[in-house]
Design a protein around this ligand. Structure first.
Ligand code: ADP
Length: 371
């Protein structure tokens, strides 16, 4: 978490609906972003992430609802007059302008003096750790990573209150991406500017963001810290979208859940089902919380399964197994190397603790919580 998030709301999105003709791309989004936060918007392609960013930047107008930035209603404020700056995946650098002209461009538009532009361009070059001799070069004479730094420098030079990043790293190779992710984090920390970052890379979102917003079909399903989203998902979709998970259909009866088609295993869930109104639910348990019997964990529920695959993942081993009737596939993650006896076809006894499980209502896919 960044230590510098203030208590001030920098951006408030209230009931924002966006229609493209007959198609509704955003269904009433409510979101408050605090000054200095790093917020990631994640979700499958077409979920409305870019549309939301466009509404914040002003390149698209909201059909309904309001947007406030730094206490000011943005409805009639043109994109250029908003205290926002946008960085795109496709670098929109001007090929026939030098690096200095590219970086200084937003200030030139605002008719800032030449001397001031020069001073701030040098500040940006230093901030982005670009070499001063690049200033007279053209974009094509820089590597992809350096060009992306130039684009970031240009977006920051006008001192925006909100930096909007639309998948800026997705076109880069893995190694360069890692370098620039670290760079973004450093930049965010050193500037104290609020970042809203669209990405389809969940690992990137988990690594960079203070808060993650999970979107689907134009809806904001959950907003929370990376830990909230991973360990305390409030929606079945969020549980499946972020990392791997096990979901089994269960019936809720007498304050307990029963997985009738998994040898009738029974247990409690930490988030219910005391107040569960729906008897049909999904039980969720993450692979790292499915343990082998004998691993030292005190397990509340156990069952026999047959190993179907093993994957060595370096520090952990992932084991896929099926229930004995073949009805359910299960994923376990075991720390370190596994016992030589855990081979494909072997029968093993596994289980979990009630406190590591969640129940989702099967009718609404939402978390069942105690009233
Ligand atoms: P994401 O960024 O999550 O991939 P988008 O915000 O780009 O999603 O798109 C959300 C939905 O709105 C998609 O179904 C997309 O086809 C639709 N959409 C986006 N832009 C337009 C547009 N200019 N006209 C019509 N439909 C659009």
């Amino acid at each position: 978490m960044s230590a510098d998030i203030s208590t001030n709301d920098i951006c408030t999105i209230d009931g924002v609906i966006k229609n493209y003709g007959n198609f509704r791309a955003l269904h009433g989004i409510n979101l408050t972003v605090k000054e200095g936060e790093f917020v990631a918007l994640v979700g499958p392609s077409g979920s409305g992430k870019s549309t939301l960013l466009q509404v914040i930047s002003g390149f698209e107008a909201a059909t309904e609802g309001t947007l406030t930035i730094d206490g000011e209603d943005m409805t009639n404020v043109a994109p250029a007059d908003r205290p926002t700056s946008m960085v795109f995946q496709k670098l929109a650098l001007f090929p026939h302008k030098t690096i200095a002209e590219n970086i200084g461009f937003p200030l030139k538009l605002r008719k800032v003096s030449k001397a001031e532009i020069e001073r701030r361009t040098l500040d940006m070059i230093a901030l982005m750790q670009l070499k001063p001799e690049y200033l007279t070069r053209y974009p094509a004479q820089l590597s992809g990573g350096e060009q992306q730094r130039v684009a970031l420098a240009r977006s920051m030079i006008s001192h925006p209150k909100l930096l909007l990043l639309d998948e800026p790293l997705s076109a880069l190779d893995v190694k360069l991406k890692k370098v620039l992710q670290a760079e973004l984090k450093r930049l965010h920390r050193s500037l104290g500017v609020t970042f809203i970052h669209v990405t389809h890379d969940l690992e990137e979102a988990m690594m960079l963001a203070d808060h993650i917003c999970v979107m689907k079909d134009g809806l904001l399903l959950q907003v929370g810290t990376p830990d909230d989203i991973y360990y305390r998902p409030t929606h079945k979709f969020v549980a499946e979208f972020i990392g791997e998970t096990n979901l089994f259909p269960v019936t809720v009866e007498n304050n307990r859940y029963v997985a009738t088609d998994m040898a009738g295993i029974q247990g409690h869930s930490s988030f219910g089902p005391e107040a569960a109104t729906q008897p049909q639910a999904y039980l969720m348990v993450r692979p790292e919380f499915v343990h082998m019997v004998g691993s030292g964990e005190k397990l509340d529920v156990t069952l026999d399964v047959i190993v179907s695959e093993t994957f060595n993942r370096g520090s952990t081993t992932q084991v896929k197994a099926v229930t004995k009737d073949g009805g359910h596939l299960m994923t376990l993650e075991i720390q370190g190397h596994i016992d030589a006896q855990i081979i494909v076809g072997a029968e093993i006894r596994v289980g979990w603790r009630d406190e590591d499980t969640h129940l989702f209502d099967r009718a609404t896919d939402t978390l069942q919580v105690a009233a």
